[in-house]
Design a protein around this ligand. Structure first.
Ligand SMILES: C[C@@]1(CC(=O)O)C2=NC(=C\c3[nH]c(c(CCC(=O)O)c3CC(=O)O)Cc3[nH]c(c(CC(=O)O)c3CCC(=O)O)/C=C3\N/C(=C\2)[C@@H](CCC(=O)O)[C@]3(C)CC(=O)O)/[C@H]1CCC(=O)O
Ligand SMILES: NC(=O)c1ccc[n+]([C@@H]2O[C@H](COP(=O)([O-])OP(=O)(O)OC[C@H]3O[C@@H](n4cnc5c(N)ncnc54)[C@H](O)[C@@H]3O)[C@@H](O)[C@H]2O)c1
Length: 212
């Protein structure tokens, strides 16, 4: 199956999770870094979900699913353990709403990758449903390989690239300058928070001096 991977902006959009178990918690946690308006429909929730509710991260409607629960939702997660309930959620999902079914049955508009975030750097892993356990393992491998120092590195690259775009107008020079930011030495400096060296490097690039 060739799924099409995209990065969706779901800030301020309504997202409905039907079910309040372990899988609902996983989906909720994946949504937390966004500013989506998250609504959980379920007669029960786990303690972890209750903790997120206390922090105002989502809203809980303590009830069994009804079709009107999906009104105005952009994304819908059918994550109950009851296939018939997940079927009912599918029936009620309009063609313009995107549906994810944790039981991978019936209509599946999207499946969920495992995600590793390092600031603006995002890794999303999927086996297209072939083996979610491998997906989880690869997520762990990536998390170990790309540690938290990459948060600083990507932040530096973003700012330095913006500065070059603002100040260098010649197309060819601009492309070369942006590419020069990827020098492995600069990566090390940024990950070690050696900002003086990093800034000096950008200034050299901007003044057209051979940077290293
Ligand atoms: C990545 C992750 C993200 C997330 O959940 O958001 C995710 N599954 C994770 C873990 C995981 N899931 C399962 C196990 C137990 C081992 C095993 O059974 O293999 C483990 C491992 C564990 O938990 O350690 C069981 C399982 N999963 C699915 C089924 C139904 C089926 O395959 O028929 C069953 C059997 C249920 C049963 O037997 O009843 C289906 C799906 N799971 C997906 C995503 C989608 C495809 C992902 C891909 O492309 O690889 C898809 C298709 C739909 C979807 O949910 O979007 C998350 C890692 C979270 C993280 O660490 O970040
Ligand atoms: N995608 C994945 O990663 C993954 C992993 C494991 C299992 N699964 C699938 O996800 C399903 C759910 O797993 P779980 O461990 O979260 O199950 P669970 O039993 O812990 O939770 C199910 C939740 O659904 C709620 N529910 C039941 N009937 C409902 C209704 N009519 N309306 C609203 N909510 C209702 C329950 O109250 C409970 O909160 C499994 O049956 C399996 O098919 C998927």
């Amino acid at each position: 199956m060739n799924y099409f991977p995209i990065m969706l902006d779901i800030d301020f959009k309504k997202v409905v999770i039907v079910g309040g178990g372990h899988v609902a918690r996983q989906k909720l946690e994946a949504l937390l870094p966004t500013k989506a308006q998250i609504i959980i429909i379920s007669p029960t929730i786990t303690d972890e979900i209750a903790g997120y509710l206390e922090q105002g991260k989502a809203v809980w409607r303590e009830k069994y699913f009804e079709p009107s629960d999906l009104d105005n939702a952009s994304l819908v997660f059918a994550v109950t353990e009851q296939e018939t309930v997940n079927d009912a959620v599918e029936q009620a999902t309009q063609h313009w709403q995107l549906l994810s079914r944790a039981d991978a049955k019936g209509r599946v508009d999207f499946i969920n990758p495992a995600v590793v975030r390092r600031g603006d750097l995002t890794f999303a892993v999927s086996t297209s449903g072939a083996h979610p356990g491998l997906t989880r393992k690869l997520k762990g491998d990536l998390a170990a390989q790309y540690d938290d120092t990459y948060i600083d590195y990507i932040d530096y690259l973003k700012k330095a690239r913006r500065e070059i775009i603002l100040k260098v107008h010649d197309k060819h020079r601009k492309r070369e300058a942006i590419a020069a930011l990827l020098d492995p030495q600069v990566e090390l400096w940024a990950r070690e928070k050696k900002w003086e060296q990093c800034d000096a490097y950008v200034q050299k690039i901007l003044t057209g001096v051979q940077p290293l």
